[in-house]
Ligand binder design. Structure first.
Ligand code: UDX
Length: 438
């Protein structure tokens, strides 16, 4: 099938490349000339394992093309995926400006039936709102054309997005139209043949499934962080508590890793949007709000933990191993490391940072931040009063503590991701603290 993808960010590029790998003819469209120019040269705007190889292979086979022209994209395919970003504004309301710009362009260029698919996360009710806007636009232009709106939320995790697209736990299709649903069933036929369940439901329900799923996963994280904090007082081990809990299939062991709090471009944004959605109807989403507040408190608690372990922060050298919000990505959006570093800088600590992928993004996004960028974990640990393992990149799981002991100023190791067991680090003469560990 011919399929057009509008928006070549993280979701759009992964969706386009994966659909192309399944034999479709994909045209990705973006209004950013530079981004499209780079993509044509195989230069990607994001880091995602396996994506560069997939994009260059499928560009070479001709299954994947790039354009800045919306007229090309609208002409190329009956099915148009909208994967533009939908940031959350200060008042917790989702900014649909980019989506509405695309809708106007589609109305301008369409000359026959089109299926408009929302893949980016959009607030519940957006599909219905977009439908009435499209109807008004087509009427204005005197175009008596049919179209359908579909909600097809993405459940991609950064760092495993390709696998998550090709082998999702489920595919959710929200639409009131059998005709549109038939197109979507065809697009996902390869996943369906692998036995992956496809849920056909209404627009609002599909939109809510996305928000409710993300908010639930974030709640699990805030929950285990709260349990871990109590464990620190009563001597239980949060890692083993999570294992014990997870043996109950109703709970499951995923998303029960205590840490410095969740980050990323999804959980914080989606929770704020869901809370904001409730408030537009006068409903106070207390539980959702407390998940957000608990997460904020967890980052503050990490600053206290560091401060308690180091003593006076003034002029102390704190080493951060990991700045991305999770491993295997260069994404630093709402990364807990950054919030913690900012607090420490306010207390005049000296910060040295190493991250395998995310340093360039940090320099670009926060050029004014007075930190020392290091090119390896060991350089970052030289002269350190406290090593903070903030993101659990694989290379941080096998540190040579014997060597580290000789280069640090003080042997203090705060393992905010519980990568190590306390005993193995203490054996090298380090003061060790985890999150919810003895
Ligand atoms: C998330 C959802 O998992 C995905 O389904 C959705 O489509 C987009 O949002 P992502 O934000 O890429 O994906 O990352 P995820 O792996 O969910 O981690 C989010 C944050 O939670 C990270 O900061 C991670 O470090 C943290 N986390 C995750 C924990 O602190 N503990 C855990 O047990 C799991």
């Amino acid at each position: 099938m011919n399929i057009s993808i509008i928006g070549t960010g993280y979701v759009g590029l992964v969706t386009g490349a994966c659909l192309a790998s399944q034999g479709n003819n994909i045209l990705c469209c973006d209004l950013d000339n530079d981004k499209i120019g780079n993509l044509k040269k195989g230069i990607l705007p994001i880091y995602e394992p396996g994506l560069p190889e997939l994009v260059s292979r499928l560009t070479n086979t001709g299954n994947l093309g790039f354009t800045c022209e919306m007229s090309d994209a609208v002409r190329h395919s009956t099915v148009l995926f909208i994967t533009v970003n939908t940031p959350t504004l200060e008042n917790n309301i989702c900014d649909l400006g980019n989506v509405l710009d695309v809708i106007r362009e589609i109305a301008d260029h369409m000359t026959s039936y089109r299926v408009i698919v929302h893949k980016s996360t959009v607030p519940v009710g957006t599909g219905r709102k977009v439908r009435s806007i499209m109807e008004a636009l087509l009427k204005e232009q005197g175009k008596d054309l049919e179209f359908d709106i579909v909600s097809n939320p993405e459940f991609l995790r950064e760092g495993s997005a390709i696998n998550d697209f090709l082998n999702p736990e489920r595919i959710v299709i929200g639409s009131g139209s059998e005709k549109a649903a038939a197109f979507m069933m065809e697009i996902y036929k390869k996943q369906r043949r692998k036995g992956i369940p496809l849920l056909l439901t209404g627009l609002e329900t599909a939109e809510m499934i996305k928000y409710a799923s993300n908010a639930f996963l974030a709640m699990k994280i805030s929950y285990i962080n709260e349990i871990a904090n109590i464990c620190e007082f009563c001597g239980a081990d949060a890692v083993e508590v999570a294992i014990g809990m997870g043996l109950d299939h109703r709970i499951g062991c995923e998303f029960l890793a205590a840490g410095p709090g969740f980050g990323g471009s999804c959980f914080p944004k989606d929770l704020r949007a869901l809370s904001g959605l409730g408030k537009t109807y006068g409903y106070d989403a207390g539980l959702i709000d407390s998940v957000i507040e608990t997460n904020q408190r967890q980052k503050k608690r990490m600053v206290q933990k560091i401060s308690a372990a180091v003593g006076p922060l003034e002029k102390s050298t704190i080493t951060f191993l990991g700045i991305s919000f999770k491993p295997d990505t260069d994404d630093i959006r709402e990364s807990p490391s950054i919030a913690i570093i900012r607090d420490l800088l306010d207390k005049n600590a000296r910060i040295k940072i190493y991250d395998p992928r995310a340093l360039d993004n940090l320099k670009k996004q926060f050029p004014e931040m007075p930190v020392t960028y290091c090119d390896s974990a060991y350089t970052a640990c030289e002269g350190s009063d406290c090593i903070v393992l903030a993101t659990e990149w694989n290379e941080f799981s096998r540190l040579d503590f014997k060597s580290l002991k000789n280069i640090v100023k003080r042997p203090v190791f705060l393992d905010l991701r519980n990568v190590y067991s306390p005993e193995e680090v203490k054996a090298y003469g380090f003061h060790y603290e985890g999150v919810g560990r003895k």
